[in-house]
Design a protein. Sequence first.
Length: 225
Amino acid sequence: MALYGEMIERSFLLGMEYMAGAPGTEDHIFQIDDCQVQVLIRDDQSNPETTATIARELIDVEKIDILVGTVSSGATATLQGIALENDKILIVAPAAANEITGANFNDHTFRVSRTNYHDAVNQCEFMVTQYKKFVQIAPTMPLAGAAPRPSATPAPSSAVSSSPTTSWRRLTRRLHPLHGADPQLGRRRLDRHLGRSRVHLHDAGRQDLGVMDKMAMAPPSSTTR
């Protein structure tokens, strides 16, 4: 998640510089026409409790006008509620959970990043040209992976199933009827990888378990390398 934190910080400051036509000060103050804008940067460590504490401090103490963030979809759900309660605009980026502007949407939330649905649609457009059977795998994460489901049906002839899991051992047993993988494949260095992020889930399957020796493995939607 730290990677995405760096990305959103750099990109937002570059956007402010573009709007102002000049770099900001060391305190991230930008002059946009007759309006002086200061950007306050905080690290919530993708922890919803920390997110709540920081958000309330920014609203009550710093008297901010707009909230931007955050990286974790679970923490963003917390931020949505606080923004609504305090009548503040929330610009969501880069959290990708569909629910942010779906089931949890409110009129104070504005999304400027893609969703997991968009990722799935783009992947499916390619994958159906190469494969017919698909299994969606997701780590146990708030919103983004706790209840994974196919975000898009690739084609009427394609078989799509969803496999929420916290254990590669159980997962490989589910996959066995589909591709003949050895259920023992999932017994090495497993559980510590799962539930952390899609990056770790992907790396566990690709590097440690040799999944790609058995079948094709699409990169997870939120992995950037």
